[in-house]
Ligand binder design. Structure first.
Ligand code: NAP
Length: 496
């Protein structure tokens, strides 16, 4: 059960505490933020609404703790991360239960998210000891005009306090994807979890607490992003921001100070289907890629661009598979569960109605009950429909029929987003040329877009982000290069 057993100390009455200075605290605000269960649409949990003063204190103690942590041997940092990963995996059930209640994640996927997070933390520890234990050695006479009188040594040093802000859809995994790299690299971390998903994140943080990290090194302040977000992201004590979410990230990158930014933002991942593609494989990938977690994934297939000659057959195959998706509560492990909020459901409905008005073909009848939207495939979508360009973040997938590959690439590249894309064809030469032409951070050949495995580089072009993630890239991003140069006297004679 959430908030019980080893997690008993993280809750006070019916409000979950925030974590700072190595302990669980009640906010002096006397206010709480309600967390609405997307299925029942009733308040399910409450978290503390932290004050600016409490944020200041958390950042101040993160600053102090980081100085000592940077001097802690790498192997010891790794050891504690391995311990936290083991505790996290051991207690996957109550954390997964929070994900089910807070974000309506299907029960099995919720467990997978926690296990994957434990694995990610362990991988950070292993990768960190390797890449942070290496530096470079350069000599000066490789640059014109220089004698061999300067020896340059480089090493990677931490940035300081890292602010981590993950989104609702993977509140545990996308929090540890920031915590793991930051901590192994010798930084401290202040986590601001998404409101929906905050309780799962607090449980996860408790696993780090139990592992025995120094006090102040990791803290978790709760509150609405709209209330404490600007204060956090513009705080002078923050040395790096790692953010995952929607357009909020674009606003943050305009407001933040001169600190390194890691931005993982929205996507409109296109799936280009050629005439020679294996249509059964395409249909399976489009349904999994488009409808897993009800389409609420940054890497969900968000538009299918299908060659006209195979569109009829493919749409029929997708339709048959969509009919088999189960729809209902996350507790029953249904494929399609309620979307995160009522306003998200209204937004999705707006896109559907716009497509209807403009003449899209509905492969199923549109159906909605509360936040639950039945999976919907829209055929014959045209580029004057909003759904062609906007990210529904729901179980609705548009199909645009194309007459040439170039048309598909043009549509993909006209998007403001550039996260991932995919192409289905048996011709690897064509696939490579299409991959080169697609303006996205990653192109998957013969598979739906996906973030994992978590050590692969992961990046968005254009409005989809800044920098590259994946464990190795995140560790590097959360460090700076420090150089020490040994200067020798200019030789007046030759040795030996
Ligand atoms: P969101 O509304 O942008 O929120 C993301 C986070 O920002 C939440 O923790 C939110 O807190 C916080 N926040 C809100 N206002 C803020 C402010 N002024 N300053 C600082 N933080 C603030 O995104 P979402 O709805 O949670 O997630 C869906 C979006 O994330 C989609 O666009 C999806 O594509 C994207 N996403 C991208 C990736 C990727 O890797 N590229 C991965 C997953 C999701 P509150 O919850 O308290 O408002």
């Amino acid at each position: 059960m959430s908030g019980s057993g080893i997690f008993a100390e993280i809750i006070d009455g019916d409000v979950f505490n925030y974590y700072a200075d190595g302990k669980w605290n009640k906010s002096s605000s006397g206010k709480f933020v309600p967390i609405i269960n997307p299925t029942t649409r009733k308040i399910h949990f409450k978290v503390q609404a932290c004050t600016q003063e409490e944020v200041n204190k958390a950042i101040e103690s993160a600053k102090i703790a980081q100085k000592l942590w940077a001097k802690t041997p790498l192997w010891k940092r790794a050891e504690l991360l391995h311990k936290a990963a083991a505790i996290l995996k051991e207690h996957k059930a109550p954390i997964a239960e929070c994900l089910v209640k807070e974000i309506a994640k299907p029960a099995k996927d919720a467990v997978t998210e926690v296990v994957r997070s434990g694995d990610l933390v362990s991988y950070c520890a292993e990768e960190g000891v390797r890449i942070l234990g290496e530096g470079k050695f350069l000599v000066s006479d490789s640059f014109p005009g220089n004698e061999r009188t300067k020896y340059c040594l480089t090493s990677k040093i931490p940035l300081g306090v890292v602010l981590a802000i993950p989104p609702f859809n993977y509140p545990v995994n996308l929090a540890v994807s920031k915590i793991g790299p930051a901590i192994i690299a010798g930084n401290s971390i202040v986590l601001k979890p998404p409101t929906q998903g905050a309780v799962a994140a607090l449980h996860m943080v408790h696993c780090f607490h139990l592992a025995g990290f120094p006090k102040g090194l990791i803290s978790c302040v709760t509150g609405k992003g709209s209330e404490i977000g600007d204060f956090l992201t513009m705080h002078p004590g923050v040395n790096c921001i790692s953010f995952t979410g929607g357009d909020t990230g674009i606003a943050i990158s305009k407001k933040s100070a001169m600190v390194p930014l890691q931005m993982e933002l929205g996507g409109k991942d296109a799936c280009i289907v050629l005439e020679d593609a294996d249509l059964d494989l395409v249909a399976a990938n489009i349904v999994k890629g488009g409808f897993s977690y009800s389409g609420q994934r940054c890497t969900a297939v968000k538009v299918a661009l299908v060659m006209e000659s195979v569109a009829e057959t493919l749409v029929k195959k997708i339709k048959d598979k969509v009919a088999k998706l189960t729809v209902g509560p996350p507790e029953d492990d249904c494929d399609i569960t309620p979307v995160i909020t009522e306003s998200s459901a209204n937004f999705i409905e707006g896109l559907v109605m716009d497509a209807k008005k403009k003449g899209a073909t509905f492969c199923q009848e549109y159906r909605r009950e509360g936040n639950l939207i039945w999976p919907l495939l829209l055929d014959n979508v045209r580029s004057d429909m909003r759904i062609s360009w906007e990210e529904p973040f729901g179980p609705v997938l548009p199909v645009i029929r194309i007459n040439s590959v170039e048309e598909g690439i043009r549509h993909c590249n006209a998007s403001n987003f550039g996260l991932q894309g995919c192409v289905f064809t048996k011709d690897i030469n064509k696939a490579m040329l299409i991959s080169d032409a697609m303006e996205t951070g990653t192109v998957q050949i013969n598979s739906a877009p996906a973030r994992g495995p978590d050590h692969f580089p992961f990046q968005g072009l254009k409005d989809s982000g800044i920098g590259s993630q994946g464990i190795t890239n995140s560790i590097n991003m959360m460090t700076k290069i420090k150089t020490t140069v040994i200067n020798l006297p200019t030789p007046s004679y030759t040795m030996g």
